[in-house]
Write a protein that binds this ligand. Sequence first.
Ligand SMILES: NC(=O)c1ccc[n+]([C@@H]2O[C@H](COP(=O)([O-])OP(=O)(O)OC[C@H]3O[C@@H](n4cnc5c(N)ncnc54)[C@H](O)[C@@H]3O)[C@@H](O)[C@H]2O)c1
Length: 274
Amino acid sequence: MRLQGKVALITGTSPNIGGGIALGMAAEGARVACVDRHPPYAHACAADIQARGGEACGIVCDVTDEAQVRAAVEEARRRFGGIDILVNNAVLFNAKGVLDMPLAEWRQQLDVILTGAFLCTKYVAQLMRAQGRKGSIINVISTAGHQGEPWNVGYCTAKAGLLNFTRSVAMELAADGIRVNSLTPTATDAAEAQQRAASWGVAWPPPRQASPQRRGFLAEPQRGVPLQRLPSPWHYARAAVFLASDEAAMITGIDLRVDAGAVARYWRWDPAMA
Ligand SMILES: NC(=O)c1ccc[n+]([C@@H]2O[C@H](COP(=O)([O-])OP(=O)(O)OC[C@H]3O[C@@H](n4cnc5c(N)ncnc54)[C@H](O)[C@@H]3O)[C@@H](O)[C@H]2O)c1
């Protein structure tokens, strides 16, 4: 049990990646606050952990709202006596290009990805410091934060920003023993989330907007990654557990890519042809 005695607050606990990380951390002994704007995702994730014998609570919170974030952090502290791990995972997908994205949607997407991580980090780190306990913060990026994906300008920009937010905050909080790292997923195998959504009795994925101009994407995305298969939330959970655990005690300011080799790939080489 690598997270025994630790408390994790995880944002965006849908049946996909956030839910997978929440369950993975709970399986390693963490008590988990499942935070989501959408009440069924917060509560069903917590109920799943409880059904497996773990300790969890669902907290409904919009991570872009400062008062709600403060209240969520306070509720987790009251329930579990403190917070040791924060996973900034909540996201708003809205794949549009610079020519057609309305300003209000650009602001809204950056607000969820960047302001949400800023507010959660601010209030959780303040609590970690006041507790005098060492802590671990993990920001969930995307291969699109490392590469230029067309017609996804808000997402690419915000995720790249979150990468360097990670380094800046890692430096600021190092003296307090709070480690700050990021985790980079990529296109994800949907089977695990679909199974989890069915067992939670919730609808997933949520309806997503995308620019009608998007074109040129591989129909079978696993053909574009060197390992020739897509990761599942379970794979990300293993990496998140590692970053949060004492085994990573000397690791701060890094990005751990769990991307089947996607970012490392040389652009001229097609792994499906090799
Ligand atoms: N799914 C992928 O293929 C993929 C690939 C690379 C990176 N990622 C990253 O992984 C993370 C999780 O992605 P996912 O596919 O599980 O997404 P998802 O859409 O399944 O879950 C996102 C969650 O965030 C919640 N959320 C949205 N706005 C919120 C707000 N304002 N306050 C609180 N909660 C809010 C949603 O309700 C939802 O539960 C994201 O950071 C995403 O960028 C995903």
